[in-house]
Design a protein around this ligand. Structure first.
Ligand code: G1P
Ligand code: ZN
Length: 546
């Protein structure tokens, strides 16, 4: 073993660095600046990792800077005194796989390198986040402490050592620290195999069922190839854009109607395949498409709630469900029919984790293409895809038939999200301030023939530990079962992003052919009247509609 020694570096003042809903995300170039990654990692170690006996899981989504960052973090961890680090080969681990490994190995926690669905490459974004021993994102108490520490930290220690051969599976040593480089896919794939009926899914493919999974040149490529093509017998070529690339091929690895447009064209518009799915940079998001139809994430959550008991891993049924506040209320009606609790939490997975840990819920999800269960403590893209495949296999129905049957039984929540990206921070805040100032005066107001029934700024008290989260977004309830939600994104890295969520419950016989934007036109008009987004931002159109 090469001789190694620990040196101390001064850390420049990088200002306040507060992790958002999913860790710290900044432009890659900022992370590449001397001491930037190092001092933030040192703050994580300082606040979350004991100096003795710690085991960490480490990996990322393969974006630019992941490999050098992994090497540096290993050197920092060794200097800190970490006993063992479990690293995915080539520094790769999807976020759900990292969550699983933390739980499987009873690790102290994990460091995940990703900026999720944000673009990568030198001109894109990079990110880092810490997950605790339950496998979930660190709670606000810890992330706040990390932020304070990163702001005040002036020195950190790092081991002087050569890079480790990250491509080489096996046991290595870095100073006194043990480093186990593992196959990033194997344990996660085994977990999936323990939950789903792979024989039924295999039979589906043998019967000629066709699908495309778009890995968007991000981390799920190797996972999807192993699970779908190898273990479930889907034909080679089912997984497209399956090789992880540092810049994701120059595109946003964001599985939505805009960024996965090729898949949308193939499956939804041209109807070339029975099923289509995509996942994001770090593998925690999912988009589901059927031949000629799109499954809105809020509907996907509701349909999974109604059918999950048909999957072996969930045969005992659901103890409860949860959705983030902006997610449509479709799942609430399924929970009511199943007579199980349904929790409404602020945006961000960490709010589900406390309910999952306490055994209050089995299934949870967000409108932002995130769905998951108590199998890990992150949302899980491929898990959601396997859920759909398993349900399609045992029901023998098409995606369209499942959707329309669901709507016929429970009603349909027409739902859309309009994003105003990269508006100035001041105009984003002005929209929110002005709404907050007027909240008390809104109820009873008549706008375009609808009455405002209630308006508030969503606040949440965790039913398990009593912790509180306030100012989580404006909710405006309208007559006719319509709802408008407005909040600012916590994950953007440039300016502010206003998210406007619009929904209305329709009855009768909804069909996949319905034009959602048309159905919601009136609610959209009312939202503009109430929020004044156009006047404050100068934008007449959203940048992304999902
Ligand atoms: C977005 C989504 C949110 C999700 C988060 C992390 O956060 O809206 O549901 O939990 O990404 O994937 P936002 O940018 O809205 O704060
Ligand atoms: Zn993600």
């Amino acid at each position: 073993m090469a001789l190694s020694s620990i040196v101390h570096h001064d850390a420049p003042d990088f200002g306040v660095r507060t992790p958002g809903t999913s860790g710290l995300r900044r432009p890659t170039r900022e992370f590449q600046a001397p001491h930037y990654l190092e001092s933030f990692t040192a703050a994580i170690l300082e606040e979350a990792v004991p100096k003795e006996g710690a085991t960490l899981v480490l990996g990322g989504d393969g974006r630019e800077f992941c490999v050098p960052a992994t090497q540096q973090i290993l050197r920092l961890a060794s200097a800190w005194g970490v006993e063992r680090v479990i690293v995915g080969r080539d520094g790769l681990l999807s976020t759900p796989a990292a969550s699983h490994l933390i739980r499987l190995h009873h690790a102290t926690g994990g460091i995940i390198l990703s900026a999720s669905h944000n673009a990568g490459g030198v001109d894109g974004d990079f990110g880092i986040k810490y997950n605790g021993e339950n496998g979930g994102p660190a709670p606000p108490l810890i992330t706040d402490a990390i932020a304070r520490c990163a702001t005040s930290l002036r020195r950190y220690a790092i081991l002087v050592a050569e890079d480790l051969p990250l491509h080489q599976i096996g046991r290595h040593h870095l100073g006194a620290m043990q480093v186990d480089i593992i196959d990033p896919v194997h344990d996660y794939a085994e977990l999936m195999e323990s939950l789903f009926d792979f024989r039924a899914i295999r039979a589906l493919f043998t019967g000629g069922f066709t699908m495309r999974f778009d890995a968007m040149h991000a981390v799920t490529g190797p996972y999807a190839t192993d699970l779908l093509e190898r273990r479930c017998g889907a034909p080679a070529g089912t997984v497209i854009r399956g090789t992880p690339l540092p810049d994701f091929g120059g595109e946003h690895p964001d599985p939505n109607l805009v960024h996965a447009s090729g898949l949308v064209e193939d499956v939804m518009t041209a109807g070339r395949y029975d099923f289509g799915a995509a996942s994001d940079g770090d593998g925690d998001r999912n988009m589901i498409l059927g031949r000629g139809c799109y499954v809105a994430p809020s509907d996907s959550l509701a349909i999974l709630a109604a059918h999950l008991h048909r999957i072996p891993g969930y045969a005992d049924g659901l103890v409860g469900v949860a959705r983030s506040m902006p997610t449509s209320r479709a799942v609430d009606r399924v929970a009511a029919a199943l007579n199980i609790p349904c929790y409404e939490t602020p945006t961000g997975w960490k709010f589900f984790c406390s309910l999952l840990d306490a055994g209050r819920i089995t299934l949870c999800g967000e409108e932002s293409f995130g769905t998951g269960s108590d199998h890990v403590r992150e949302k899980d893209g491929l898990w959601a895809v396997l859920c759909w495949l398993n349900i399609l296999a045992v029901s023998g129905q098409s995606v369209r038939a499942l959707l329309e049957a669901h709507w016929a039984e429970y009603g349909r929540d027409y739902y859309t999200r309009h994003d105003y990206e990269e508006v100035s921070t001041s105009s984003g805040e002005a929209v929110m301030h002005s709404l907050r100032d007027r909240l008390g005066t809104l109820p009873g107001f008549l706008v375009s023939g609808r009455t405002i029934l209630a308006a508030d700024d969503f606040a949440f008290t965790d039913p398990i530990d009593g912790s509180q989260a306030t100012a989580q977004g404006i909710r405006i309830l309208l007559s006719g079962d319509a709802r408008i939600v407005v909040r600012l994104s916590g994950t953007g890295t440039r300016g502010a992003t206003i998210r406007l969520y619009l929904e209305s419950v329709g009855r009768g016989t909804p069909s996949v052919e319905d034009d959602v934007q048309h159905e919601l036109a009136e609610v959209i008009r009312i939202a503009h009247e109430i929020t004044g987004i156009e006047g404050q931002t100068g934008r007449s159109e959203p940048t992304v509609i999902t």
